[in-house]
Write a new protein. Structure first.
Length: 247
């Protein structure tokens, strides 16, 4: 029986999950919250992870509930790997049906030991998987996958709940990404403002001239404007780095 059947209980659970997801501060926090919530929400789910799949089969684990499913998404030689590293297909397919996710938003694996197994899921004792696409572009997919140790664990109810849940996860991820980008833009603006002020005083020029000097130095040295500004601010505060000299 589904843990959250049709009706108010499911609606309330999804609403609470959405609040928790939107309360996270960064995309990384959002994804780690999402995998924890997936196990709580999806009937029969025991583990969950979020992975990035690139064209050509390169994989990267982004969030996971435990080390078992981290290796399910990101197998390494000898069974070891680091956070954020890349795995590969090697002699085993990490997920027997992941390639289908390029053309369909949901893939269910009923039994990883069907057809003789021979994949990482069966090797880890994970018989069932429900994979739901979160993001997609021409080069990569971001996928949330729930796993269970029993075969045929995820039915239509689980799939329906999973699709509702991942809609909330996708929205929360987009929101967290925008917030992170805006925060970084504000930090960059403040940093460039500080560097411009330092150059105004050092070179005895106005704000427009200082900014132009900063831009020219960035182009001449092939350094991002933000990184050059940080170098100037750090050098001015005595933490090291080279400044900009007029040429």
């Amino acid at each position: 029986m589904p843990r959250f059947p049709v009706g108010f209980e499911l609606a309330e659970a999804l609403t609470a999950a959405a609040r928790e997801l939107h309360g996270t501060g960064t995309p990384d926090d959002t994804m780690h919250t999402a995998v924890t919530l997936a196990v709580r929400l999806l009937p029969d789910a025991e583990h969950a992870d979020i992975s990035e799949i690139q064209r050509g089969g390169r994989l990267r684990s982004l969030a996971w509930t435990d080390e078992t499913v981290r290796f399910a998404a990101e197998p390494r030689q000898g069974g070891h790997g680091g956070h954020g590293g890349h795995g590969g297909h090697g002699g085993h397919t990490p997920h027997p049906d992941w390639e289908r996710l390029w053309t369909t938003p949901v893939v269910r694996t009923g039994d990883s030991e069907a057809d003789g197994g021979g994949n990482v899921l069966s090797g880890l004792g994970l018989r069932s998987a429900l994979s739901l696409r979160l993001r997609a572009d021409r080069r990569r997919l971001t996928v949330l996958t729930a796993y269970a140790r029993k075969p045929q664990a995820f039915d239509e109810d689980a799939t329906r709940i999973g699709r509702l849940f991942t809609a909330h996860v996708s929205l929360a991820l987009d929101s967290a990404t925008v917030r992170e980008q805006l925060t970084e833009a504000m930090r960059t603006r403040d940093l460039i403002g500080q560097a411009t002020g330092i150059l105004m005083e050092r070179l005895d020029i106005d704000a427009a001239g200082a900014f132009e000097s900063l831009v020219k130095a960035s182009q001449r040295e092939n350094v991002k404007l933000r990184d050059l500004a940080r170098r100037i601010v750090d050098a001015n505060s005595g933490t090291g780095g080279r400044g900009v000299t007029e040429r």
